[in-house]
Ligand binder design. Structure first.
Ligand code: 5AD
Ligand code: FES
Length: 358
């Protein structure tokens, strides 16, 4: 086990079989070493900085039926809302004043926000806050729409692959296509977005082999950002009563991700803070380097319930900003309020500039 961890630390590579072996045999002592290696690797690539992103959950209306998700279309108990373009821009204003230079606009798959409406929102945000990055997380759209949104000024796109195992994906996503999901990620990359993929830990029937497949898929895709969180059951979904993921298992996946894809931006997710009051600090101590405090209006916070008992639903944006900063400092890390582009992206820009200059 020690040799395997050392190889992972030195070479940032393991075979799928080695990952499965590691997941099935990691004891407490080696888990500590794994987290230490992940921290060292984050330090080497990104220093002791934690990047802040302001999250705006602008609609909980969704046409999809993901079995695990609390805002799935057929959950009639969900109290649905949409923020108007003006409300979204107002959230950005609040965020900008608090120092945020990245806004993550997330929603269910809600086609009320047409390409035209989205472009209008994006152009308004960019006109007001030209030094801020915009990230979209709105699910699957066509190549054309992705391309036009990018040209309108969107910098980044988050689309978790959810699980890299076809069988599991198809069971959990009725009416959706595993191949299309993956194709969207390829297309987003090709268009030029900084791309975020990612998965949930502890899904019903998910095995160590499935999780190893997630890591191998990510290693190959090489995204700029990777969102990983524990699956948390929601009582108004077909998976109610299932067990859900644990903080510990998720920490192991975060640390392995940091070591396998050392340059990635890795959020410490709200789902971690929901399962454990110190969950986000633990994630940062296992290699994560991004946090995404909420900027949504308090009136809608609790309605964006993908899972139950979500934290921060009653807290003002300014409160979360302070709270997170205190948590980050408490473990010896520093807040970075800049755009926080991925290292891969920055290198791409530098080489473009270089070829322009010569
Ligand atoms: N528990 C944890 N995470 C969830 N997500 C959706 N539903 C749940 C749940 N019940 C995750 C999905 C999605 C992201 C926005 O939230 O991975 O891509
Ligand atoms: Fe929202 Fe702590 S981050 S209250």
């Amino acid at each position: 086990m020690r040799a395997l961890l050392n190889k992972l630390y030195d070479e940032n590579h393991l075979t799928k079989e080695e990952i499965i072996y590691l997941l099935q045999n990691l004891d407490d002592e080696h888990q500590k070493i794994l987290f230490e290696y992940a921290r060292q690797t984050r330090l080497k690539y990104y220093g002791n900085k934690v990047y802040m992103r302001g999250l705006i959950e602008f609609s909980n209306i969704c046409k999809q039926e993901c079995l695990y998700c609390g805002i799935r279309a057929s959950n009639t108990k969900a109290d649905r809302y949409r923020l108007s373009p003006e409300e979204i821009i107002h959230c950005c204003e609040t965020g900008y004043q608090l120092g945020y230079r990245t806004f993550v606009l997330q929603s269910g798959e809600d086609f009320w926000y047409t390409e035209e409406k989205l472009i209008e929102i994006i152009q308004s945000i960019k006109a007001l806050f030209s030094d801020a990055a915009i990230t979209l997380s709105i699910g699957e759209r066509s190549y054309e729409v992705y391309k036009n949104l990018f040209e309108a000024g969107v910098d980044r796109f988050l689309l978790r692959h959810e699980t890299a195992s076809r069988g599991l994906y198809e069971k959990l996503h009725p009416g959706m296509s595993f191949d299309n999901r993956r194709n969207c990620l390829q297309v987003l990359k090709k268009i030029g977005y900084q791309v975020g993929a990612g998965f949930m830990v502890g899904l019903p029937e998910q095995t160590a082999e499935d999780l190893a497949e997630d890591l191998c898929f990510l290693k190959q895709l090489d995204p700029d950002m990777i969102g990983i969180g524990p699956y948390i059951p929601h009582c108004e979904t077909p998976l109610k009563g299932s067990k859900g993921g644990t903080v510990d298992d998720t920490l192991v996946m975060l640390a392995l991700t940091r070591l396998l894809i050392p340059e990635c931006l890795l959020p410490s997710t709200t789902a971690m803070g929901t399962l454990d009051p110190k969950g986000r600090e633990k994630a940062l101590n296992a290699g994560a380097n991004v946090v995404m405090p909420n900027l949504s209006p308090i009136a809608v916070r609790a309605k964006y319930a993908l899972y139950e008992n979500k934290i921060c639903t009653g807290d003002e944006a300014a409160h979360c900003r302070q709270c997170i900063e205190r948590r980050i400092r408490s473990i010896g890390l520093e807040v970075d309020m800049g755009r926080g582009d991925s290292l891969k992206h920055k290198r791409g820009q530098a080489s473009q500039l270089h070829s322009y200059l010569i």
